[in-house]
Design a protein around this ligand. Structure first.
Ligand code: 9MJ
Length: 674
């Protein structure tokens, strides 16, 4: 090192501050983390040799080594306001109307719309550009002094950039990005430690640590959106300009903040963020609208705790507390016992939830859910609801842990849990009514034999009356038998019979899928059908031959071999063909859907394809037996989505219809190997 120690230390500090700025404010990191760490190490070493060179704003001083015994109190010179909440479009319209009335203006108003971050509100004071004090919001008037902790958050600069005012109090939110939250929880889980329920609790818990070294190890970051006290500079005239100014001073501002016009612009932003919510890198619980012009804000003023010129528009809560009324075990098609928590109905994420799957007994024990417990239930976006955690403080002293039943709750057969497997299964096989019922339901389902009108209730009755025990029995049902079922008129019985008759003309992939072989989903069924061409060839194949099929591994091959080794299953297949169920053989063609490989499939093409026109794609699909349709419905087998696909893609996602991209289409057509 040639530079004098003082000069080198100053240079390193400036470089580190610049990298923090690029990383947190511009979101354009310039150097790898390892290089950043090297700069820090060099600075630490230099300061250790020359302690007189340490400055209070040195990045090495972010972590104080002395845990404090309590947080001091801080009185906010300008109260830290909270926000009024809107839950409906009407609430937002009323907010906008009130502003018009009070200001006595007509026409659309300018707003700034911001994501409402789910973190911890903080005030950070800079004097002559240097970070002096940080505090939590507390009750808005008095908060806690968390300076030592906030100093450890790299997104919060120690020193402002450029022309800093004499005094500036920036306000914003400290939070934990989802990736960091998940990483931290995964580590905690590995060590058998307590996990945080959500990023907000994690941020709050991390910031309120008496030992700032703990805070320093937590992946916290910050976005700023407002001002408290200001001296030595004039306030920008608009909220949008204020955000730009904060950014220029080196304070990170949320990149998803946007200028919008009128109530229409606000609501459009709300919907857009609602859709993007699940893919954002941070957790939000709504959006915030702020009237842009400061002069207008000042005319409107405050109402008790909240400004009249701003409003939080909340998303439907995605977490709620409720009670576990019971935990039952459902038996699935493959005998898997799935524990299901019956809940006191609770409105969460926009729907009422009263049942939540707990997946398997291991999960029940890991979360330690017991009957009578109060639990946190989450439903984020359109993800299936889940039990996040148990509120242990509210557990009744006599609550007993859930046991895996020894015998099947439906048929009484023994329940087995293979060593090392999460799932426990009923060993009753087809003798178990639940498994029979589920197998029939699967066989008749839309993507399998597609027997329209054969719903759960009917299957239940048919199985209960022992009129049907295997899929082949469906083809022996008569009109008088069907007419006798509950809620079944002559007409619907005739329709059902016709649907059963129609299902006899099927395809090999549908049949294979419909047989309900473990781990054989639609894609595997199609691959098997394409590879072997006929059912006989597949039934005669041994495990190693089956493993030749693309994407079929030893586990699936073993399930297939075991399935076809069973006399019972062979009898059912023979009975099906005897009753007239038939399907065309497929031309074996490795890796692609050969002639008629897509028979019976309805496909929708949307968006722009790069390698062919839509007409060419349509032709290629039709040549393989598919029907190409213009609109997406429950009947659509799959949607091919090119670039700029719009409403049809959205509809497919809504209905759960599989979506293929262009690469996958090409692979299916055999034009390219994957
Ligand atoms: C959050 N939580 O993201 C405000 N907030 O403005 C945003 N909170 C706020 N603004 C005035 N973006 C009081 C609180």
């Amino acid at each position: 090192m040639t530079a004098a120690p003082a000069a080198r230390a100053a240079e390193l500090r400036a470089q580190i501050a610049q990298h923090d700025y690029r990383y947190y404010v511009l979101d354009e990191p310039q150097i790898p983390d390892a290089e950043y760490d090297r700069l820090m190490q060099e600075l630490r070493a230099l300061e250790a040799q020359h302690p007189e060179l340490i400055t209070p704003d040195s990045p090495t001083q972010r972590v104080s080594g002395t845990p404090s015994s309590a947080f001091g109190e801080v009185v906010h010179q300008v109260p830290m306001l909270s926000l009024d909440n809107a839950f409906t479009d009407e609430d937002v319209q009323a907010f906008d109307r009130r502003i018009h009335e009070r200001l006595g203006v007509a026409g659309e108003l300018d707003y700034v719309a911001e994501p409402k971050l789910d973190g911890l509100a903080v005030s950070v004071i800079y004097r002559d550009g240097l970070l002096e004090r940080a505090a939590t919001r507390g009750d808005g008037v008095t908060g806690e002094d968390v300076t030592a902790n906030v100093r450890t958050v790299r997104a919060v600069p120690q020193r402002l950039r450029g022309q800093a005012p004499a005094l500036l109090e920036a306000r914003g939110e400290i939070f934990m990005p989802l990736a960091g939250f998940e990483r931290m929880n995964a580590q905690a889980r590995e060590r058998g430690e307590k996990v945080f329920v959500n990023p907000r609790n994690a941020a709050a818990g991390s910031l309120r640590q008496l030992d700032a070294r703990v805070t320093a190890a937590r992946p916290l970051t910050a976005f700023f959106y407002g001002l408290g006290t200001l001296a030595g500079a004039s306030l920008p005239g608009r909220q949008g300009q204020l955000l730009e100014w904060l950014r220029a001073l080196g304070l990170p501002v949320c990149p998803d903040t946007r200028a919008v016009r009128g109530v229409g612009g606000c609501l459009a932003y709300y919907r857009e963020m609602g859709e993007r919510r699940s893919s954002l890198p941070y957790q939000i619980d709504g959006v915030v609208y702020k009237l842009d012009r400061r002069a207008d804000q000042e005319r409107l003023g405050f109402l008790s705790r909240a400004p009249r010129w701003a409003m939080a528009h909340k998303f439907p809560a995605d977490e709620a507390l409720t009670a576990v009324k019971g935990i039952e075990f459902q038996v699935g098609r493959t005998g898997a016992l799935t524990p299901v928590a019956r809940l006191a109905p609770v409105f969460v994420g926009g729907v009422t939830v009263s049942n939540v799957t707990l997946h398997n007994i291991g999960e029940v024990h890991r979360k330690d859910v017991r009957v009578g417990d109060t639990v946190v239930v989450r439903r984020a976006g359109d993800v299936i609801p889940e039990v996040v955690s148990v509120i242990l403080e509210r557990r009744a002293p006599d609550a007993v842990p859930v046991q895996l039943p020894r015998s099947c709750p439906v048929c009484g057969s023994q329940v087995l849990r293979v060593e090392g497997e999460a799932v426990a299964r009923c060993t009753g096989g087809f003798t178990c009514r639940a498994q029979r019922q589920e197998a029939l339901r699967h066989f008749a389902s839309r993507r399998a034999l597609d027997i329209e009108g054969l719903g759960d209730k009917l299957i239940e009755q048919l199985v209960e009356r022992e009129q049907v025990s295997s899929p082949a029995d469906l083809y022996a049902l008569t009109l008088p038998q069907l007419s006798q079922l509950e809620r079944m008129g002559e007409k619907s019985a005739a329709n059902l019979l016709a649907a059963i008759e129609k299902s006899k003309h099927t395809t090999l992939p549908r049949l294979l899928y419909g047989l309900g072989i473990r781990e054989v989903g639609e894609a595997t069924a199609l691959a098997l059908a394409r590879h072997f061409g006929t059912l006989e060839r597949l039934m005669d194949a041994d495990e190693s031959a089956i493993q030749q099929v693309p994407d079929v591994g030893p586990v699936v091959a073993a399930h297939l071999a075991a399935f076809f080794a069973s006399d019972e299953h062979r009898r059912v297949i023979k009975a099906l063909t005897d009753k007239g169920v038939k399907w065309p053989d497929m031309e074996p063609a490795a890796g692609s859907a050969g002639p008629q490989g897509l028979a019976g499939r309805t496909v929708v093409i949307t968006g722009t394809l790069a390698s062919m026109s839509r007409e060419q794609a349509q032709e290629a699909l039709t040549a393989r037996g598919a029907k190409v349709s213009g609109s997406v419905s429950k009947k659509t087998s799959f949607v091919v989505a090119g670039s700029e696909a719009g409403s049809k893609l959205a509809k497919a996602k809504e209905l759960g219809v599989p979506v293929l991209d262009e690469q996958q289409l090409l692979a299916l057509l055999g034009g390219e190997s994957r």
